[in-house]
Design a protein around this ligand. Structure first.
Ligand SMILES: C[S@@+](CC[C@H](N)C(=O)[O-])C[C@H]1O[C@@H](n2cnc3c(N)ncnc32)[C@H](O)[C@@H]1O
Length: 291
């Protein structure tokens, strides 16, 4: 197993259930802003279980989801089949290796919460080369980082927690974090090492590439996500820093303690999740190639 595919070992089957989707307005906003009309090709880099690939599939003739983790690709295929996205193909590859598994050009290349895992300058340069003139690179994030993790570049200025829509309490991320730290320590883990967050903002990095400064949009995230205990357990196991493989033989004990904590935290067994709004960065390749 490569280091990339070890990051989320054991997470894939929890991922789609556990992690919130992006703003429901994202597909129509992108279609309007970029003139997407069902033609052209899209590559979703670090697609995971297809969280971005599948909702954007109707906007293109062909879509490709790439991820180094084969278990994520199985889930992505399942999601695409459920959604009738017959124009979607999923391939095992790191973003860095895109040009060796797919020939361009592409109208859109996307990274949804995956750019930080890559050699960013290298993949941005590669994306520029693979895009058709007028094509775009997009980066998509929730504005609130999950579980009190250190914010990745771009999400630092997260939205404030709005009032809950009903009686259910927010997910007790602070308590979950304390429990996780008892098992895994306070330094965030990632794969077989520790998590290494890029020190600069993605938009500053993009500004230094051939793309130049990206446009930035905030789209309204979902405020109506009500989760049960199994959903929150899935959310915990869908994070690289609390992926199942990290707990080794103590996984069962951790799961039992997590369930106990959650049951005590909500008399109804339900929680409100607010992932923040959806931040979208759009970096365009000029329509006319520069000489
Ligand atoms: C936080 S998940 C995001 C999944 C999905 N894009 C989403 O929006 O939920 C990050 C994904 O990036 C993948 N990944 C890790 N290193 C990568 C790399 N070098 N190239 C491409 N994907 C990578 C992981 O396997 C994982 O599926």
């Amino acid at each position: 197993m490569t280091p990339d595919s070890a990051l989320y070992a054991g997470s894939a089957r929890y991922y789609r259930r556990g992690r919130a989707g992006y703003s429901p307005e994202l597909p129509s906003m992108l279609a309007g802003h970029l003139g997407l009309d069902g033609s052209g090709r899209f590559v979703d880099e670090g697609c995971g279980p297809g969280i971005l690939t599948v909702p954007l599939a109707p906007l293109f003739a062909e879509v490709f989801g790439l991820d180094p983790d084969p278990a994520m690709l199985v889930e992505a295929r399942r999601y695409a089949d459920e959604a009738g996205a017959s124009n979607a193909r999923f391939l095992q590859a790191r973003a860095e290796d895109t040009a060796s598994v797919l020939a361009g050009p592409f109208r859109l290349i996307g990274f949804a919460q995956s750019f930080h895992w890559t050699d960013r300058e290298r993949v941005a340069a590669m994306a520029f080369d693979l895009l058709e003139p007028g094509g775009a690179l997009i980066l998509v994030h929730h504005t609130l980082p999950a579980h009190g993790q250190p914010p990745i570049p771009e999400v630092a200025a997260g939205s404030a927690l709005p009032p809950p829509p009903g009686p259910d309490p927010p997910i007790p991320f602070g308590d979950i974090r304390a429990l996780r730290e008892r098992y895994l320590g306070s330094v965030l883990r990632a794969g077989s090492g520790t998590r290494n967050i890029p020190g600069d903002l993605h938009r500053d990095l993009l500004a230094r590439t051939s793309f130049g400064p990206p446009e930035r949009f905030l789209l309204p995230g979902r405020r109506d996500l009500i989760r049960d205990v199994d959903d929150v357990v899935a959310n915990v196991f869908a994070q690289s820093f609390s992926a199942p493989h990290l707990f080794g033989p103590r996984l069962e004990r951790f799961t039992a303690e997590l369930r106990e904590l959650l049951t005590a935290a909500s008399p109804t067994g339900r929680f409100w999740e607010w992932p923040g709004d959806t931040e979208l960065l759009v970096a365009r390749k000029p329509a006319e190639s520069r000489p």
